[in-house]
Design a binder for this molecule. Structure first.
Ligand code: SF4
Length: 366
């Protein structure tokens, strides 16, 4: 049993999805999140057990609506999707091939996806194929994560495009910018994974287009509408952040002996471990809380409470924290600003700036 299995305990590992990878890349310096994700710990369940459930998650109604919309777009071998793509991209073809990778069984999906993508990349440039439920993989901080997009990739003119189906509405040609941005970040993860696969198979990764096709319902009805979203910026951010991520093997070296985040359930499905014990184990791995965590990580309420408890400057956001350099506590920052605390070696410059800021604030207030 590996150290990561010990950390998770005797429960099935939770797979990463594209949303989780996009969020992981948003806070690459957080050791707590890196370890929990690498070990496949169910962060949502852990946060609930310690009494700090995350304030997000889709309602059952939204999940059902999303499933119904996706089935509509994909029914009859993606006939509706073909109509949309003909309009959006001027597809000159009458029909396309359709391959549902899910039909081959879970254990073969990854190898079947590889074989299909390889064949499509070698075949005639004028063929077009939809791949439903492909299984892709991506190396994250030294670990392989499997992505199970329910999106479809297709090839036309030698290019592959990722299609992202979302159930948020486009009203009068406009969708909520945050939702489009989240969909773009998620689609960028699929593009990255598909490019990695192309490279592995000896094909040009740039044949996977940075233009993803976003399909949403239009004007509160279930009629789908498609648009192209350029994810080049999201790809650049993702690549940079993933490269910077602390390697998990290095984090494992520093862990206390016997540490585990196990959520092993009893006969009623309730974790056998007390909430206090689990919280204590979580606190033994350093976190890097920032307000952005509130939109991205299941552990956010727990980490925010912890940061508040110790008066951490992390609460002020990444930009302020980085500007404060090595000053990690609010008391310390206030003491340096008010001159009641002597700067330690290396803190002279930040102390001077804090005193200046404090003087300017007092002048403004006066
Ligand atoms: S919420 Fe906590 S565990 Fe999650 S990324 Fe932020 S600091 Fe790390």
């Amino acid at each position: 049993m590996s150290r990561l299995d010990d950390l998770r305990g005797p429960v099935p590992a939770r797979a990463h999805d594209a949303r989780a990878i996009a969020a992981l890349a948003a806070n690459p310096g957080c050791a707590r999140r890196s370890l929990l994700d690498a070990a496949g710990v169910d962060k949502d369940a852990a946060a609930r057990h310690v009494g700090f459930p995350a304030p997000f998650g889709q309602s059952q109604f939204a999940i059902t609506r999303g499933n119904v919309f996706e089935s509509l777009v994909k029914e009859n071998g993606c006939a509706e999707l073909l109509r949309l793509l003909r309009e959006l991209m001027g597809l000159p073809i009458a029909q396309v091939g359709y391959q549902d990778v899910e039909n081959v069984g879970a254990h073969l999906r990854a190898s079947h996806t590889r074989a299909l993508i390889d064949r499509a990349a070698r075949e005639s440039e004028d063929s077009a194929v939809f791949y439903d439920h492909p299984l892709l993989s991506l190396r994250i901080a030294g670990q392989t994560s499997y992505l199970e997009p329910d999106v479809v990739a297709f090839q036309l003119g030698g290019r592959f495009h990722v299609v992202e189906i979302k159930s948020f509405s486009v009203i009068d040609g406009q969708a909520e910018p945050e939702k489009v941005a989240a969909a773009a970040r998620q689609a960028a993860v699929y593009v990255l994974a598909l490019r990695a696969l192309m490279e592995e198979l000896g094909h040009d990764p740039e044949r996977v287009s940075h233009d993803v096709v976003l399909v949403c319902p239009e004007n509160f009805a279930n009629r789908p509408v498609a648009s192209l979203v350029d994810v080049r910026r999201q790809l650049a951010v993702l690549r940079r952040q993933l490269a910077r991520m602390t390697r998990v093997d290095r984090l494992l070296e520093d862990l206390p002996e016997g540490l585990t985040f196990s959520l092993e359930p009893d006969a009623d499905g309730v974790p056998t471990r007390s909430a206090g014990e689990l919280a204590e184990a979580l606190r033994r791995v350093p976190a890097r809380y920032a307000p952005d965590c509130l939109a991205a990580c299941d552990m956010c309420m727990f980490c925010r409470d912890e940061a508040r408890g110790c008066g951490s400057t992390d609460l002020l956001g990444r930009q302020v924290r980085d500007q404060l350099g090595g000053v990690s506590g609010m008391d310390e920052a206030l003491g340096l600003a008010e001159g009641t605390r002597e700067p330690e070696e290396g803190q002279e410059e930040i102390a001077r700036l804090l005193r200046l800021a404090d003087r300017l604030r007092r002048e403004c207030v006066a």
